[in-house]
Design a protein around this ligand. Structure first.
Ligand code: GLN
Length: 493
C-alpha cells in the first residue's frame, strides 16, 4: 500500500519495492502524479503530463509482475520525466519552440525505447530553453520554470524543467541534454546530481540536434546511485547514431566503506579565477578537504586554454545549430505561416514567426561564422582552439584520474536578471563548456549551500571513465549530508 510520501523515494528503492511486490507500479505512479499536481503550479517544470499513458503502462507492468515475470528491468516501476527535445512516439515534442508547436513524432528516441525496455514510466515532458539554447530556462516560449529552492530565481538551463522536477520531488529521475552544460549547470543550481556522459556513450537518435559535435543526453537524480542506474539504462551501442561509440559501460557497483585511496585529483586553477562567488569557492574548498580526508591525493594544475573555450564554443555551437535548424522550414514540421504568397516568403515568415530571439541570434552568428570569407577567421580558428582545449585535458589526465572544479561560478540568480544581456548569460557556462569541447565526461554533485542556494561540485574524467566519476561522487556523497537536503516547497512559494 502506497504511503503518502511514496513519491519521495529514490528510483533504486522504488524499483526494489516494486520487484518485491511491496508497492504496485500504479500506486507509485499515482503518488507521483498527485505530487506533480500539488507542486507544479509553483514550479512549472512540465510542458506535457502523460498521466494516462503512464498509468496504462503501470497496469501492464503490475500484471506482468503478478504473472511471475522476472525480466522487468532496472527501472521497473520508476516514474521518469524527459526533456522536450527527446522524441516520443505519439506525444508532442516541442523543444519549447513555437516552430514545433503541435509536432507529434511518429517514433521514440533510442533513450526513450531503453526507458520503456527497462520498465520506467514516463510521466511527462519537461520545459527547457528553446532548442536547448540558454542557461536559465527563460528562453522557453512556453513560460519559465522556477527554482524549487527560491521561486524568484532561475533553475538553470537549458534542461530547466528536468532539474527542477527532480529537485521538487515530482519525479526521482529525469533526462536532459548537455551541449555546453545544460545537465550539469541546472543540476548544480537545483541541488541535484547530473551527469554529462562521454561524447558517444549515449545514442542521440531521436534527440533534436542543437550542435551535433557537442550534444549528449544525460541523467538527473537526487543521489549518485540513481544517476548511475539511469545512465546504465541509456548508455550503450546504437547503430542508428553514427557518432555512437558502440561501447557498453561496465556494471557500476556501490557499497562498502567510502574511500578514495590512491585516487589522484587535480584542481585546475583557471576554474577558481575572477568571477567566482566567494561562498561557492568556500564550499569547493571544503569539498576538496573532504575528498582528501577520503584518501585522495589533491594537487593544483593548469588548463591554460580555458579562457578561450567560451569564445570557441560560441562560434562552433551556433555554426552547427545554423545547419541543424535549417530543416525547420514550414514544410516538414510544425508551424507554417498563413500569410505568404510564394515559397521563399513562406520559408522566411514561418521561421521569423516560429523561432524566438535567442535561436535567431544563434542562427545569425552561426551563418555569419560559416560564410565564405569569414570561415577561416572564425570557424576554422575556433576548431583550432578546440584542439588546444582538448590537449589541455589530455595533459592533465596524464597526471590525474579526475579534475575537481565548481560546476557554476555562481548560485541561482534572479528571474529576469540576465535576460537583457546575452553575454553575461553565456558566462554562466565557463566551467562546463570546455568539457563538451573535449568530449570527456563530467558530473555535478551537490556540495552545500551559498546563501541558502545549492552549490555543485564538478568532477571531470577521462573518456569512458564515467563509471569512475560516479564512484568518486558516491564516496563523497556518503560522507556528506547534501543528498538529504530538500527544498521546503509546501510552505514558501
Ligand atoms: N548554455 C549553453 C548554451 O546556451 C549550453 C546549452 C546546452 O548545453 N544545451 O548554449
Amino acid at each position: 500500500m502506497a504511503a503518502a510520501s511514496t513519491y519521495k523515494l529514490s528510483a533504486t528503492r522504488l524499483n526494489r519495492l516494486f520487484l518485491a511486490g511491496e508497492l504496485s507500479a500504479v500506486e507509485i505512479t499515482e503518488s507521483v502524479l498527485q505530487r506533480i499536481k500539488t507542486v507544479e503550479p509553483k514550479v512549472t517544470a512540465f510542458l506535457t503530463i502523460t498521466a494516462e499513458r503512464a498509468l496504462e503502462r503501470a497496469k501492464k507492468l503490475d500484471s506482468r509482475r503478478r504473472a511471475g515475470d522476472t525480466e522487468l528491468g532496472a527501472l521497473a516501476g520508476v516514474p521518469v520525466a524527459i526533456k522536450d527535445n527527446l522524441c516520443t512516439d505519439g506525444v508532442p515534442t516541442t523543444c519549447a519552440s513555437q516552430i514545433l508547436k503541435g509536432y507529434v513524432p511518429p517514433y521514440d528516441a533510442t533513450v526513450v525505447e531503453r526507458l520503456h525496455g527497462s520498465g520506467a514510466l514516463i510521466v511527462g515532458k519537461t520545459n527547457m530553453d528553446e532548442f536547448a539554447m540558454g542557461s536559465s530556462g527563460e528562453n522557453s516560449s512556453f513560460g519559465v520554470t522556477r527554482n524549487p529552492w527560491d521561486p524568484n530565481r532561475v533553475p538553470g538551463g537549458s534542461s530547466s524543467g528536468s532539474a527542477a522536477a527532480v529537485a521538487a520531488e515530482e519525479v526521482p529521475i529525469s533526462l536532459g541534454s548537455d551541449t555546453g552544460g545544460s545537465v550539469r549547470q541546472p543540476a548544480a543550481l537545483c541541488g541535484v546530481v547530473g551527469l554529462k556522459p562521454t561524447y558517444g556513450y549515449v545514442s542521440r537518435y531521436g534527440l533534436v540536434a542543437f550542435a551535433s559535435s557537442l550534444d549528449q543526453i544525460g541523467p538527473f537524480a537526487r543521489d549518485v546511485e540513481d544517476c548511475a542506474r539511469l545512465f546504465s539504462v541509456i548508455a550503450g551501442p546504437d547503430r542508428r547514431d553514427s557518432t555512437n561509440a558502440g561501447r557498453t559501460p561496465p556494471a557500476i557497483k556501490f557499497g562498502g566503506e567510502p574511500s578514495l585511496k590512491g585516487v589522484k585529483l587535480g584542481v585546475p586553477r583557471e576554474y577558481f579565477a575572477a568571477g567566482i562567488d566567494s561562498e561557492v569557492k568556500a564550499r569547493l574548498d571544503e569539498a576538496i578537504r573532504q575528498l582528501q580526508a577520503l584518501g585522495a591525493s589533491v594537487a593544483e594544475c593548469s588548463l591554460p586554454h580555458t579562457e578561450h573555450a567560451l569564445a570557441a564554443y560560441y562560434i562552433i555551437a551556433p555554426a552547427e545549430a545554423s545547419a541543424n535548424l535549417a530543416r525547420f522550414d514550414g514544410v516538414k514540421y510544425g508551424h507554417r505561416t498563413s500569410g505568404a504568397s510564394g515559397l521563399l516568403e513562406m520559408y522566411g515568415k514561418s521561421r521569423a514567426e516560429g523561432f524566438g530571439p535567442e535561436v535567431k541570434r544563434r542562427i545569425m552568428i552561426g551563418t555569419y561564422a560559416l560564410s565564405s570569407g569569414y570561415y577561416d577567421a572564425y570557424y576554422k580558428k575556433a576548431q583550432q582552439v578546440r584542439t588546444l582545449v582538448m590537449r589541455d585535458f589530455e595533459a592533465a589526465f596524464a597526471q590525474f584520474d579526475a579534475l575537481v572544479t565548481p560546476t557554476s561560478p555562481i548560485p541561482a540568480w534572479g528571474l529576469g536578471e540576465k535576460t537583457e544581456d546575452p553575454l553575461t548569460m553565456y558566462l554562466a557556462d565557463v566551467c562546463t563548456i570546455p568539457i563538451n569541447l573535449a568530449g570527456v565526461p563530467a558530473l555535478s554533485v551537490p556540495c552545500g549551500f551559498a546563501g541558502g542556494l545549492p552549490v555543485g561540485m564538478q568532477l571531470i574524467g577521462k573518456h569512458f571513465d564515467d563509471h569512475k566519476l560516479l564512484q568518486y561522487a558516491w564516496a563523497y556523497e556518503k560522507v556528506t549530508n547534501h543528498a538529504a537536503a530538500r527544498p521546503a516547497l509546501e510552505g514558501g512559494l
